[in-house]
Design a protein around this ligand. Structure first.
Ligand code: 5AD
Ligand code: SF4
Length: 486
């Protein structure tokens, strides 16, 4: 597949389309006597969240106003194909939107994201959901305005699914960030690993690193704009820079980012255990602004399963890395991803996973039942594990992991921890939420005697010292002692 850089001419076309669409939407808005709205429903990972923020950036340049819930005048579904249940949710939603579109014929419905890299899905939408106005895949994201213009002027479904891996030019794209304190910063796109269960290398293409200096320039601007938290994103951030040359590796980038003044938290994900170098851990330990949380997906605790997953590390190597992290950053936290019921997983293999969970005591874990993804190697394996066995094992893993998380949360009670405030919690209006440096979720109250007059939303992005008073199974509760700076 060709890897192509987005050119200045591409952007000229895109900008011309944005201008035309802004005129078109402004006229329609005048006719209707109300602002025109947009809504993006985002499924899946942080990279999709980041893509949606760019779509928002373009849509807002066109004069559209965001609404939390659809239906809006312009509706995007930014899809995920990592597991089958994500596909099902899209089709359920499209069914509902068919009725909305009948009531409002000018409504625009677009489907993008990873599902649009799978032929079967494109055909299904074309055949069964012909009211969808435009389809494009993640690689064509920057061309969205051109496609939208084409669809509106031709009144036909516009489709752009191409076999090209673009190196996105993020510094030239508008972004409307969802949180005023947090910036998502993709540092690379795609994945070369071909884990045998995973669809991502097929949907997101080959690894392309963004230019090192462009990322640093973007980070400096974000710091100047007042962002407090940045999240460096990639399917496998530790292989960043392999296509760039000397002194352009992930640890080099992480260290250069940590030297930029202004950020309270630099986060990154995801780390592949085979590529995580000791130097990354050393840098994490050295710089105060880097979170002390490592997301390190193990997927399984059995060497036989890891081999069939094409993960390129053994359990022993994984344990060594995790223990090195614990030793160098004792107050830090490790989270992981685990798949249960990978084809051929025996009871003994599964018990190896349980024993790894007991050995490392992950501070949190995303646990998944294996989902067969057509087109991947594992989908062809004949020894698929029966669904009832997967469910039963999954239950056992969850029970063990929940116990460990609860205990990890209990160990925080009595400590005073630095929390980056994220705003109002969804538990109650006078309870705020935030995260510790090692990514523990903290819900806390502000005692009246502190005399803090700022509202929850004004406090977003502030650092506060919170005394932890109570542990819950998935979070901890506390009381604010002071803000770190006003
Ligand atoms: N089935 C179940 N889980 C999967 N993941 C990726 N592909 C699959 C699949 N086919 C999980 C992995 C990965 C996380 C993002 O999603 O654990 O780390
Ligand atoms: Fe998928 Fe493996 Fe790439 Fe992660 S590293 S995106 S699990 S293929």
């Amino acid at each position: 597949m060709a890897i192509t850089k987005v050119t200045a001419q591409d952007f000229d076309k895109v900008n011309a389309a944005v201008t035309e669409l802004r005129d078109y939407f402004t006229n329609r808005s005048c006719e209707l006597g109300r602002p025109l709205t947009y809504n993006i429903r985002t499924y899946g990972c942080q990279l999709n969240e980041s893509d949606s923020e760019k779509l928002s950036g373009y849509l807002e340049q066109m004069g559209l106003v965001p609404v939390e819930e659809g239906p809006a005048d312009v509706n995007f579904f930014n899809t995920c194909s990592i597991r089958e249940n994500a596909d099902d949710r899209l089709y359920g939603n499209l069914g509902v939107y068919k009725a909305h579109k009948k009531q409002n014929r000018d409504m625009i419905i677009a489907v993008c994201g990873c599902m649009m890299k799978v032929d079967k899905n494109i055909q299904k939408i074309k055949n069964s959901y012909p009211f969808v106005d435009l389809l494009f895949d993640p690689q064509q994201l920057h061309l969205m305005p051109v496609l939208l213009k084409r669809s509106i002027s031709s009144k036909k479904t516009a489709v752009d699914i191409e076999d090209v891996d673009y190196i996105a030019d993020d510094n030239n794209m508008p972004v409307s960030r969802k949180r005023k304190f947090r910036a998502l910063v993709p540092i690379m796109y795609g994945c070369n690993n071909f884990c045998t269960y995973c669809i991502v290398p097929f949907t997101r293409g080959r690894e392309r690193s963004r230019d090192f200096d462009e990322i640093i320039k973007q980070m400096e601007e974000l710091a100047k704009e007042g962002y407090k938290e940045v999240m460096l994103l990639g399917q496998n951030v530790n292989s960043y820079g392999k296509d760039l040359g000397e002194n352009r590796s992930f640890p080099d980038l992480l260290e250069a980012c940590a030297k930029i003044k202004g950020f309270s938290r630099i986060r990154f994900m995801t780390s592949h255990p085979k590529d995580l170098s000791d130097r990354v851990i050393e840098i994490m330990a050295k710089y105060d602004s880097i979170e002390t949380h490592l997301h390190l997906p193990c997927q399984s605790g059995s060497d036989a399963v890891l081999k069939r997953m094409n993960r390129h590390y053994t359990r022993e190597q994984f344990v060594r890395t995790a223990k090195l992290f614990r030793q160098m950053i004792p107050e830090g936290a490790i989270s992981t991803d685990i798949i249960v019921g990978f084809p051929g997983e025996t009871e003994e293999d599964f018990e190896q996973t349980l024993s790894l969970v007991k050995e490392i005591r992950f501070d949190s874990a995303f646990t998944f039942q294996y989902s067969k993804r057509p087109g991947t190697k594992a989908a062809e394996y004949e020894d698929q594990v029966p669904a009832d066995v997967v469910t039963e094992r999954f239950g056992r893993l969850l029970e063990l992991q929940n116990e460990i998380v609860f205990e990890s949360n209990k160990s925080l009670v009595g400590k005073t921890m630095e929390v980056l405030i994220e705003g109002e919690s969804n538990t109650a209006p006078d309870i705020l939420t935030g995260r510790t440096k090692c990514n523990h979720l903290v819900n806390f109250t502000i005692p009246a005697e502190l005399g803090i007059s700022k509202s929850a939303s004004e406090l977003e992005g502030y650092l506060g010292m919170v005394k932890i008073t109570n542990a819950k199974p998935y979070s901890v509760e506390g009381v604010l002692e002071c803000l770190k700076y006003e």
